[in-house]
Design a protein around this ligand. Structure first.
Ligand code: BES
Ligand code: ZN
Length: 612
């Protein structure tokens, strides 16, 4: 099939997007009334005891928004997303004056309005309405201490245990608890920041450039437009090491050697493969920041500086797929962005597809993936289905490149993408592939349940079959020890062990005694340090009520705070014996203060559900 859609040239007019009119029900702001040209944050970080009170830990300073009014009738107020934890103490407005010099900023009044449990509106009133196309600057003086957007950690909660740490996590709607903004992925803008830290601390941000300004100040500039949720800050005892021509690893000093060893030389290969497939890498640098153990995600694709869990320092590069996933967001998510969180699969489904294209090119076989939620895996299946309709991998790769080029720096809806797909492949459009009974695009995107088409994963069968057979042997009432001993698992890759354990878990509870024997036979599994293995061993231990190993579950939950490990284990404990339920309560009591606030809320719902 001939590809019809050449890359549209530079200054060509951009298409009218469905997303231009879409609402974002998660934002309280009037983001359609203004263009946000630039944000500047000028913040000072202080570490101290948890607030309130003098000397308590917090960020304080100003947020400066450069705006242009888009309302043809003018606008009387600016409404921003905010949160009760932001204490705004002053608002000022600078308007275009008649002269040439910078006009003074005048104090203006402001008030807050409730919105939802995750935020409130901050309304800044203009003394006279601003006119259509007028440029204005709004300056907000504020402070944020405790809250869901800025995560403060004590020294004990870090790897080095010597100095405190603070970081922000914006996705999905937490950055309104970091700075007042249009907290919607529909809006993109450039930002800069000046961050002052106490002696002996280093600040890093998701920005193109990083500059030290004196011993305690760091200046950042992001020179590409990004949505609010991708602005991220971390401050701690941080050092860095080069791992490639455009990559550094950042970590606490005690982790930096491990980090460098694990990732030296590999990042560039991932980036180069991504560029070959999806077009230029526009973000300049790709750094990795190794977070403290309570970081709730495997990775977070903050542009120029992906945040990752220290669990990735497994020593065997077995978890590189997380890095490839986050790198894939450089094109899908960060360059072409879902316009609201209802379209989240555009970020994650495409990223899963891109991640597996890169892995397939570099490693041949897609390693079995462990993350299995709808926007990720069903999104991946839908993209695979669209590739299958095209029938030719090279043509589909070219299409992906054209897709990124077409929508880069914009936020879109699924309909924008689907229009483009059908225009690019006119023969498919003529064949009405969007309405094939049973495979209607609408049905893919709006009917819950299993995808109607599953990609061909048979290349992985030869690697997975032995694992499945071994699991079968372990599920027998009478163990066939000879057959079990005949299977040597020491050359198995981590993902094969993971698959084996998933099968064991599916077959659990096993006949009495089998799990004990299993743990003794494979100490490299039952005593593993690799987090993916520890998670699954813990699930097996709980499902079989193998109380002898309960302490391993607790230890694992104390060692790290990743949401995708933590929640399944609490579910398993609360679904288990009384001893398991007690373990859940004890473990939660000893770890709650270390966990991200979102994770605390989820665990609370599992351990002591509140009727609501
Ligand atoms: N952007 C997500 C993490 C995220 C999702 C944070 C939703 C907040 C809200 C990130 O790219 C991600 O998907 N991480 C996965 C990695 C995995 C799929 C390889 C994770 O953390 O497990
Ligand atoms: Zn992702």
């Amino acid at each position: 099939m001939a590809s019809a859609g050449p890359l549209s040239g530079g200054g060509a007019a951009r298409r009218q997007l469905h997303s231009a009119e879409a609402v974002d029900v998660a934002s309280a702001s009037n983001f359609r009334a203004f263009e946000l040209l630039h944000l500047h944050l000028d913040l000072r970080a202080e570490f101290g005891p948890p607030g309130p009170g003098a000397g308590s830990r917090g960020l304080s300073g100003t947020a400066v928004l450069d705006l242009r009014c888009l309302e043809s009738e003018g606008a009387a107020e600016l409404r921003l997303d905010s949160h009760p934890c932001l204490e705004v103490t002053a608002a000022a407005l600078r308007r275009e004056g008649p002269g040439s010099g910078e006009p003074p900023a005048e104090p203006v009044s402001f008030y807050t309005r409730p919105f939802s449990h995750y935020g409130q509106a901050l309304c800044v009133s203009f003394p006279q309405p601003c006119r259509a196309a007028e440029r204005l600057q709004v300056l907000l003086t504020y402070r944020v201490g405790e809250g869901p957007g800025v995560c403060w950690l004590t020294p004990e909660q870090t790897a080095g245990k010597k100095k405190p740490f603070v970081y922000t996590q914006g996705q999905a709607v937490l950055n309104r608890a970091f700075f007042p903004c249009f907290d919607t992925p529909a809006v993109k803008y450039k930002y800069s920041a000046l961050i002052e830290v106490p002696d002996g601390f280093t600040a890093v941000m998701s920005a193109s450039t990083w500059e030290k300004r004196g011993p305690n100040k760091f200046f950042f500039q992001m020179c590409q437009p990004i949505p609010s949720y991708l602005i991220a800050l971390a401050i701690g005892d941080l050092v860095s090491a080069e791992v490639g021509p455009r990559s550094r690893v950042w970590a606490e000093p005690c982790l930096i050697d491990d980090a460098k060893k694990e990732y030296d030389g590999v990042i560039e290969e991932f980036l180069a493969t991504g560029e070959k497939l999806f077009g230029p890498y526009v973000w300049g640098r790709y750094d990795l920041l190794f977070m403290p153990p309570s970081f709730p995600f495997g990775g977070m694709e903050n542009p120029c500086l992906t945040f990752v869990t220290p669990c990735l320092l497994a020593g065997d590069r077995s978890l590189a797929d997380v890095i490839i996933h986050e790198i894939s967001h450089s094109w899908f998510g960060n360059l072409v962005t879902n316009a609201n969180w209802g379209e989240f699969w555009l970020n994650e489904g495409f990223t899963m597809y891109a991640q597996r294209r890169i892995s397939t090119i570099l490693f041949g076989v897609d390693p079995d993936d462990t993350y299995n939620e709808t926007p990720y895996e069903k999104g991946f299946c839908f993209v695979s289905y669209l590739a299958h309709l095209v029938g030719d991998q090279d043509q589909f790769d070219n299409f992906l490149k054209a897709y990124v080029h077409e929508f880069k720096f914009q936020s879109i809806l699924a309909d924008d993408f689907l229009d483009f797909y059908l225009e690019y492949f006119p023969e498919l459009k003529k064949k009405r592939v969007d309405t094939i009974p049973g495979f209607e695009f609408d049905r893919w995107l709006s009917t819950p349940g299993w995808p109607p088409y599953l990609p061909d994963l048979s290349p992985g069968d030869s690697l997975m079959k032995p694992a499945e057979e071994l699991a079968q042997l372990w599920a027998a009432e009478e163990l066939d020890v000879k057959a079990i001993e005949a299977v040597a698992i020491s050359p198995w890759k981590t993902y094969q062990l993971v698959y084996f354990l998933d099968k064991i878990l599916q077959k659990s509870p096993l006949p009495p005694g089998n799990v004990k024997k299993l743990g003794e036979t494979y100490p490299n599994i039952s005593n593993a340090r690799n987090a993916e293995l520890r998670l699954r061993w813990g699930q097996i231990v709980l499902k079989n009520d193998h109380q002898e190993d309960f302490w391993k579950v607790k230890e694992f939950l104390q060692d790290q705070g990743k949401q995708k490990y933590t929640l399944p284990l609490y579910h398993a404990m609360m679904g288990g014996s009384e001893v398991a339920q007690t373990l859940a309560k004890e473990t939660f009591a000893s770890t709650a203060s270390q966990l991200h606030s979102n994770v605390v809320n989820y665990v609370q719902q599992i351990v002591a559900p509140k009727r609501s």
